[in-house]
Write a protein that binds this ligand. Structure first.
Ligand SMILES: C[S@@+](CC[C@H](N)C(=O)[O-])C[C@H]1O[C@@H](n2cnc3c(N)ncnc32)[C@H](O)[C@@H]1O
Length: 228
């Protein structure tokens, strides 16, 4: 194939309108490329950032971590010997330090999540699990009305608990978030997204949205103020 030429009549490698035999070419880093090359590049960049999104089907269950695709996601990344903190544990045993406000659960502690976390040392954990009640209605129907003082104030609870989890998670540690949105810790904390799993439960059920992120190893440094 001869080299594509743009409307200027020469292969410029920089314009957005090079056409050869009816096929449009664009310049990427000075190299001529077709639209499908551009799509491939975008997908490769997404893969490099680890932005893997996948979907599975499973029966709903109030014990989130017993749902098979979620259990597989946890066991793929949590290794024996890792320190795992779980402030909303219910009866789950994934955490090495666990808490649940409901005293009728198997958790080690029974405090409001942010009060429990405030007692833990900074950067002490390899993994943080964030599986709060997803809505006031869910608290009533699935979790014995536990957490009702927070009724309608999930945003406040989420943000207070995320701030504490970020404090106790070591740099490079993993954060797993579960719920009805894919926010995770996100840009606010500078976490890198590794994986998003949508678990569809069929019928009129909401999906359970699971996000895995990594805490940055080093915080971005702010440029020093110029000395006067
Ligand atoms: C979605 S469930 C966690 C399920 C658990 N990850 C599992 O796999 O079985 C949320 C839990 O948070 C507890 N909870 C509600 N409000 C809380 C609060 N403010 N602090 C601590 N725990 C709370 C509920 O009792 C409930 O067991």
């Amino acid at each position: 194939m001869s080299e594509p030429k743009c409307s200027a009549g020469q292969p410029c490698g920089a314009c957005t309108a090079c056409v050869l035999d009816g096929v449009s070419f664009w310049a990427i880093d000075g190299v001529m490329a077709t639209l499908s090359d551009r799509v491939d590049r975008a997908l490769a960049a997404a893969r490099e950032q680890g932005a893997r999104i996948h979907r599975a089907w499973a029966m709903p269950n109030a014990d989130t971590f017993s749902i098979p695709p979620i259990r597989r996601m946890l066991s793929a990344r949590i290794r024996p010997g890792m320190q795992v903190v779980d402030p909303f544990a219910r009866n789950s045993t994934w955490g090495t330090t666990t808490n649940d406000l409901n005293p009728d659960t198997d958790a080690h502690h029974h405090l409001p999540a942010e009060v429990f976390l405030a007692k833990l040392g900074a950067r002490a954990y390899d993994v943080a699990l964030f599986d709060p009640p997803y809505s006031p209605r869910q608290m009533t129907e699935c979790y014995s009305k536990v957490g009702h003082p927070n009724n309608g104030r999930n945003a406040k609870l989420y943000s207070a608990v995320r701030a504490e989890l970020d404090r106790v998670l070591r740099p490079g540690g993993l954060a797993f978030s579960f719920g009805w949105n894919s926010s995770g810790f996100g840009k606010k904390y500078g976490y890198e997204r590794l994986e998003t799993l949508l678990v569809c439960h069929g019928g009129a059920h909401n999906d359970t949205i699971c996000v895995v992120e990594r805490k940055p190893l080093a915080l971005p440094t702010t440029p020093e103020e110029p000395k006067r």
